[in-house]
Design a binder for this molecule. Structure first.
Ligand code: 1GP
Length: 250
């Protein structure tokens, strides 16, 4: 069943907003994982993203637990080929277009291509753009690339449009997990106005107000991880905000 991208397009057409809860297999373990799962049972986000820039723990076993305990669809958000699992519903096939490191533009892709093809998983080619988030991020360090400066809106827009012209299906503006500053609202709005593709935004979003602002600026799907590792009970407010956005005052 290849229905994740269709669901994203449909929700976008309906002007519904989406939330993805990011679970890093290394950071979300033990009691943090139990409380996260408890929150996810009653507050089902649109998606659960699984992955991280650098992980040592198995993605496979985490997905098995999430499958048993929650209803949300699971999308791989891999920082490395080793984070592939055929058990997920879909895979974001990321190209780090803001950088000039061939490993993250095509290297990991060819290393995993045959394995992915064999698995029959839904593959969603995604242009991934790292934006300066106020402090150095794991993506920046691991990929050995520099983020796009926050004020360079034309560079961000041109890169996003290049992703579209290359045939990618999503664009992801990433400030980095735990960023001090999320992607600026004016940048989200500038890009979303000229881009035909669904726009994902993530990194450093810690409050419902920031989530609301990202949606209002034009993000279709917002990814939140870090804050839930500290306060999993906040998942309910965030799910609520995404569900109610545009339908009633929040
Ligand atoms: C990181 O965009 C995601 O890749 C989510 O960021 O962990 O800061 O919420 P946070």
């Amino acid at each position: 069943m290849r229905n994740i991208y269709k669901k994203i397009l449909l929700k976008r057409e309906l002007k519904d907003k989406m939330l993805a809860v990011l679970i890093d297999p290394d950071k979300c373990r033990g009691s943090v994982l139990s409380s996260t799962i408890a929150a996810l049972k009653t507050n089902v986000p649109d998606f659960i993203f699984v992955g991280g820039s650098f992980t040592l723990n198995s993605v496979d076993s985490l997905i098995e637990v999430l499958r048993e305990e929650t209803k949300a669809e699971i999308i791989l958000f891999p920082g490395h080929t080793s984070q592939f699992s055929p058990k997920a519903n879909a895979l974001l096939y990321l190209s780090l277009l803001s950088g000039r490191n061939a490993e993250f533009l095509i290297g990991h892709h060819l290393n995993s291509a045959l394995m992915i093809q064999k698995s029959n998983i839904e593959v969603i080619p995604t242009g991934y753009l790292l934006i300066e988030g106020g402090k150095s991020s794991s993506v920046e360090y691991i990929s050995n690339t520099r983020p796009i400066p926050r004020e360079k809106m034309e560079i961000v827009l041109s890169t996003a449009i290049a992703a579209e012209l290359l045939g990618m299906k999503l664009v992801y503006l990433e400030a980095g997990s735990g960023a001090e500053l999320p992607v600026p609202s004016d940048m989200i709005s500038y890009v979303s106005k000229s881009l035909s593709l669904p726009l994902i935004v993530g990194g450093g979003i810690k409050t419902v107000d920031q989530l609301y602002k990202a949606f209002k600026a034009g993000a279709d799907l917002v990814v939140v991880g870090n804050i839930f590792e500290q306060e999993p009970q906040k998942i309910s407010q965030f799910v609520d905000c995404a569900r109610k956005f545009g339908k009633e005052e929040i």
